[in-house]
Design a binder for this molecule. Structure first.
Ligand SMILES: [Zn+2]
Length: 81
């Protein structure tokens, strides 16, 4: 771990990946600093350059199941129903 990396502001910025887990689509990683989503987990955010210090899980699929149960709508992208 290097502590003297600098970005444009001169202050090393850190963030964490928020791993979004979906039911029907592949997981993606959201930067906690800039909010951009990427398919790969990297050491630095490709969007804002923040150094990633960890990962948090965001089980979006729970919300998707709640949505399905509340609405009865089963959103299967393969099926198109
Ligand atoms: Zn970022």
């Amino acid at each position: 771990m290097k502590y003297y990396d600098k970005n444009v502001s001169g202050i090393p910025r850190t963030a964490v990946w928020i791993k979004e887990e979906y039911l029907f689509t592949p997981d993606c990683f959201r930067c906690s600093s800039c909010g951009k989503r990427f398919s790969d987990q990297t050491d630095e955010c490709p969007g804002c350059g923040a150094r990633m210090t960890g990962i948090k899980k965001d089980p979006v699929w729970i919300d998707e199941i709640i949505f399905i149960e509340e609405t009865g709508i089963w959103r299967d992208p393969q099926d198109g129903r």
